[in-house]
Design a binder for this molecule. Structure first.
Ligand SMILES: Cc1ncc(COP(=O)(O)O)c(C=O)c1O
Length: 409
């Protein structure tokens, strides 16, 4: 951990100095949203102080500055994930990116007799849009199940990734189990059968080196706010050839070429998918977030989170009555879900909050996965580059307090 210089990094995150309920804040909820470094906060205010104007239409200097901020953010974000910037569409978040694929790619192409395959570990954002497509087109929707450790059942994947499947929707990293799915392998299996692969990268891009050229996904969505950037901005990358063939998702200003009363022609990709004024300030923040992550290095961030996760899994395994979920191994990201001796996760979360420890409690937008695990909810601690082992110790001490209050010892 010395390698990452976490103590210096922490100084970049002003909010980590907050005190909560009389304790120093221990923020273990980065899977919900990450904290933001000063550099990101300043990039957003600099944009509004020195460059604010609308993009792609100003003939004046500020319009040029704003367009430069926006388009250079596209270049940088694409470079960060190893992708062709022509395929990088700015959206609000992962959810919007996945809805774009569902409505502009799947809906016009699928019909009764076709099949979408998703998995049991999907966040509602990568599940409900496909249920909508099923309603709209009459296609089937099936799910790859899980092994007892919480990995995808690859034998079932092989059975489902063939006729009449047209699209695989899969998360790169589970926000509950922490499982890192073998996307490159799944994409190879799918592509052999001509199946298009749509990946939810919300929990991957902030924490792992992601190279879309190597992964081979056809669509890949992620959110700025989980990767040290602001809320309200995210990206969908799509294979340019597919994007060119697709109709637009939202229509109106900024995405057109020529509009006549009878008909409209659309702009080139990616602009065809960016209707209306975008969140330009958000792209300034996201560009700064990507620069920050690249400055620290994604390999180093991954190693740091791996060490912290191992430390947490080990420490939690010593607590009597605590059940953990998710695999152990190199395919495990920095998300740790658990239940404690029948104490409701909301009670666990509330008592931890009294100790200054912020975790998430609930179904984590994964109700089908909760049902599969046989629980209504879990408590989840999740890490980012700024977390330290002593914060895991605070979590463990807080859980001792929960056990004392609920007589669970
Ligand atoms: C795996 C996964 N997918 C999708 C989402 C949705 O992200 P957003 O709310 O930014 O659209 C989340 C957020 O919690 C997530 O963890």
């Amino acid at each position: 951990m010395a390698e990452l210089g976490v103590d210096q990094l922490r100084a970049d995150f002003p909010i980590l100095q907050e005190r909560v309920n009389g304790h120093p804040l221990v923020y273990l909820d980065s899977a919900a949203t990450s904290q933001k470094p000063q550099q990101v906060i300043e990039a957003i205010s600099d944009y509004y102080l020195h460059a604010n104007a609308n993009v792609h239409r100003g003939v004046h200097a500020l319009g040029e500055r704003a367009t430069e901020v926006f388009e250079s953010a596209r270049e940088e974000v694409a470079r960060f994930v190893g992708a062709d910037p022509r395929g990088l569409i700015f959206v609000r978040n992962t959810t919007e990116g996945l809805n774009l694929v569902a409505q502009a790619f799947a809906r016009p192409r699928l019909g009764p007799g076709d099949r979408i395959v998703a998995t049991l570990m999907e966040h509602h954002s990568n599940l409900v849009p496909w249920q909508q497509v099923r309603e709209q087109t009459g296609c089937q929707l099936e799910f790859i199940g899980l092994t007892p450790e919480g990995r995808l059942d690859l034998e079932e994947a092989a059975r489902l990734l063939r006729e009449p499947t047209r699209l695989l929707a899969v998360t790169h990293v589970s926000n509950v189990l922490g499982t890192i799915n073998p996307i490159a392998e799944l994409a190879r299996m799918a592509h052999r059968e001509g199946i298009v692969v749509c990946v939810d990268g919300a929990q991957a891009v902030p924490h792992l080196p992601v190279n879309l050229a190597e992964l081979g996904a056809d669509f890949y969505a992620f959110s700025g706010h989980k990767m040290l950037g602001p809320t309200g901005i995210g990206a969908l990358w799509g294979r340019p050839q597919l994007l060119e063939e697709m109709p637009p998702f939202l229509t109106g200003g900024s995405m057109i070429s020529v509009v006549r009363l009878e008909a409209t022609t659309f702009d080139e990709i990616p602009h065809k998918f960016e209707a209306g004024t975008p969140d330009i300030g958000g792209t300034a923040g996201l560009r700064a977030a990507v620069a920050y992550l690249m400055g620290v290095g994604m390999e180093a961030i991954r190693r740091h989170e791996e060490e912290l996760t191992d430390y947490a899994l080990e420490a939690l395994s010593e607590i009597p009555g605590l059940v953990q979920y998710g695999p152990r191994g190199v395919d495990r990201a920095g998300v740790v879900s658990f239940n404690l001796n029948g104490v409701h996760p909301h009670d666990v979360g509330t008592i931890l909050d009294r100790e200054g420890v912020a975790v998430r409690a609930g179904h984590h937008c994964c109700q089908p996965l909760m049902r599969h695990l046989g629980v209504a909810a879990t408590t989840r601690a999740s890490f980012h580059l700024y977390n330290r082992p002593y914060e895991v110790d605070s979590l463990v001490r807080g859980l001792g307090e929960v056990a004392r209050v609920f007589g669970a010892e």
